[in-house]
Design a protein around this ligand. Structure first.
Ligand code: UDP
Ligand code: MG
Length: 331
């Protein structure tokens, strides 16, 4: 009876951690997550039923074995495995949706120890004070290279200009209550960009700032190419402003073109037509370039609509550490 009372009084927390080829860093950071969870449980802020959920995102190294070993050695560690690599956002989504019905709060965090694990205490406190979403926000980026800092800050600016509401310097370190998750489950889109979508769900929110450190081991999975792709995905999944920009630009180019035609006509009528092919070539190239670029952007939207209409599953969980192996024979 007493235990039941305690369970009613304290929120169950699941820490959701996506892992892709992280055999180098998991053995280092897993004990740190465990320590923080112990601290949260010992100070009575979260229930003893709280768990650390690793989401294996189709790793090709020993990551899943490490997760299984952790789960076998300590009931507070659990894990799910995706059937293949689907990318960071889908891995986090899989973990959150897995946690939705079994928890009161979730905290998503990368597994490389870059985000200050000890900020979780403050996040839970903010939740206990009434916030349903708590964003982890980086206070400074000293440890990132100049290039990463420059591109990352440019990214937030571009995103906000393009009409996505992002919390500045917030990545995917955040606390979400299961109430918010229930509402978020109604967002069925296949193109997911969590940091843009969660603010759209609403509910009272708070921010906790922390310092971002360097990766504890292993290397980043976000080289420039992937970052640009993420930025593009973010913009196109949240806003149609690029299409509006293209339309405006097309209008401006048309006006200039119209003036050009008038000018050409007047010149011809005044019999002073110039025989310069350079100007013609320049105009053709310029317009050709703009048209292809614009078509490309519109094509991206069409492609997204195509993917959305298929309604393919956003993640496929192939294994869970708390379930027996799926492979059993009928005979
Ligand atoms: N990750 C993932 N699937 C992927 C790529 C990355 O689950 O396809 C995870 C990765 O294991 C890490 C987090 O996403 O926990 C962030 O990745 P990373 O640290 O490489 O990115 P960075 O911090 O350099 O932006
Ligand atoms: Mg990282």
């Amino acid at each position: 009876m007493q235990e039941e009372k305690a369970a009613v009084g304290k929120p169950i927390l699941w820490i959701v951690i996506p892992c892709y080829n992280e055999e180098a860093v998991l053995p280092v950071t897993a004990p740190l997550f465990r320590k923080e969870l112990a601290e949260l449980m010992n100070t009575g802020r979260v229930s003893g039923k709280s768990r650390i959920l690793f989401v294996n995102d189709g790793s090709r190294d020993r990551t899943w074995e490490i997760i299984r070993d952790l789960a076998a050695g300590d009931e507070h560690f659990i894990g799910i495995s995706q059937s293949r690599n689907r990318g960071h956002q889908n891995a986090v989504l899989a973990g959150l949706m897995e946690a939705r019905e079994k928890t009161d709060i979730t905290i998503s965090i990368d597994c490389d120890g870059q985000d200050d694990i000890t900020a979780m205490g403050e996040m839970v406190d903010a939740y206990l004070e009434g916030a349903e979403v708590v964003y982890g926000v980086r206070s400074k980026r000293d440890t990132d290279s100049f290039f990463k800092r420059f591109t990352a800050e440019g990214f937030y600016r571009l995103m906000n200009r393009m009409g996505a509401e992002l919390v500045f310097n917030h990545a995917d370190y955040r606390l979400i209550s299961s109430r918010v998750l229930d509402s978020f489950a109604d967002f069925h889109e296949v193109n997911i960009f969590l940091r843009g979508l969660i603010p759209l769900v609403g509910y009272p929110s708070a921010q906790v700032s922390y310092e971002r450190a360097e990766r504890m081991a292993g290397k980043s999975h976000y080289p420039l190419g992937k970052m640009v792709a993420l930025a593009f995905d973010g913009v196109t999944s949240l806003s149609v402003r690029p299409i509006a920009v293209i339309t405006g630009f097309g209008f401006a180019v048309s006006v200039v073109g119209f003036i050009g035609i008038l000018w050409a006509l007047i010149m011809t009528m005044a019999s002073r037509a110039v025989a310069g092919w350079a100007s013609t070539v320049c105009i053709i190239c310029f317009l050709g370039g703009i048209q292809l670029l614009s078509l490309g952007v519109i094509g991206q939207y069409v492609g997204k609509i195509y993917m959305e209409t298929k309604q393919r599953p956003r993640y496929i969980i192939s294994e869970r550490t708390w379930e027996p192996s799926k492979r059993h024979y009928k005979g």
